[in-house]
Design a protein around this ligand. Structure first.
Ligand code: F6R
Length: 264
């Protein structure tokens, strides 16, 4: 795991966006895995700006979102399809047919999950997967106790997650408690993974992910097994790490090595 610690949430978004911009410049036909929630919004805004300034195009890109609420249609304002439309897709040149979000209204959601896996495989797999981190250590909607090799499937949300996400729903509005989510195995199959976490509320989950045992109790700890996982944190999210100074030291060493090799 490469751990990068930035001063604040804006710098985290900047760093994350730079990774995506480089990916699209080097491989314009990339397959991207995308996330919803509060954390990636600022990164998406930077990608939109980079597109508007002609630095990148999404014309050849394919995207797969991590998850969707079971029972919400793509036109529901709290659906993740709607979120992606508003926060990214409608602002860029990606063809609508190149964007995939699990279908929350599928007549057979179990078959829809299997089909999602087949679609990802048919696209050649995910080149770069974006992740946020739940306060309980979830990635996608892989809640604690999720199988570490799980594939796209229906998951029951924990009360913690339902409570955390209640802020997006109107008082009294129906809030789903089931989801369709890529599995941990699906996420680990991505060639590169980048996880962003900001704010004090994520600090315990960050510590468990990086320094805790590999365990289904913290699904994000599965990233310890990934060959190219980049974790970008702000100071607050990094504040519970016991080896904080060592991670900063590694980054300085990496930077000077790359500079010496002329690859910075
Ligand atoms: C979203 C997702 C979730 C969020 C996580 C953090 O597609 O899969 O795992 O990334 O719940 O959410 P925020 O960013 O709102 O704190």
């Amino acid at each position: 795991m490469q751990i990068v610690i930035q001063a604040d949430a804006a710098a985290v978004a900047e760093h994350g966006a730079a990774v995506f911009i480089r990916q699209l410049q080097q491989q314009p036909a990339s397959v991207l895995g995308l996330a919803t929630g509060s954390t990636p919004v600022a990164l998406y805004q930077r990608l939109i700006r980079a597109y508007q300034q002609g630095e990148i195009s999404f014309r050849q890109v394919k995207t797969f979102n991590l998850d969707e609420y079971l029972g919400l249609s793509g036109s529901h304002p709290q659906s993740y399809r709607y979120f992606m439309q508003q926060q990214l897709f409608k602002h860029i040149d990606i063809p609508a047919t190149a964007t995939a979000v699990p279908d929350g209204m599928a007549a057979d959601p179990i078959a829809a999950c299997e089909h999602y896996e087949q679609q990802i495989a048919a696209a050649g797999g995910i080149d770069l997967q974006l992740l946020g981190l739940g306060r309980n250590g979830h990635i996608g909607f892989n809640e604690p106790s999720s199988g570490l090799r799980s594939r796209t499937r229906i998951k029951t949300l924990t009360q913690d997650t339902i409570k955390d996400n209640a802020r997006f729903f109107q008082p009294g509005e129906y809030q789903p408690h089931l989801s369709l989510t890529m599995g941990i195995g699906t996420i680990l199959d991505a060639r590169k993974v980048i996880l962003l976490a900001t704010g004090k509320a994520k600090a315990q989950a960050v510590k468990a992910m990086i320094e805790g045992p590999l365990s289904a109790s913290c699904p994000a700890s599965a990233l310890q097994l990934h060959q190219q996982a980049l974790v970008v944190l702000d100071e607050e999210a990094a504040s519970e790490l016991s080896q904080l100074e060592f991670y900063r030291h590694i980054e300085r060493e990496n930077a000077s090595l790359l500079a010496r090799l002329g690859r910075s």
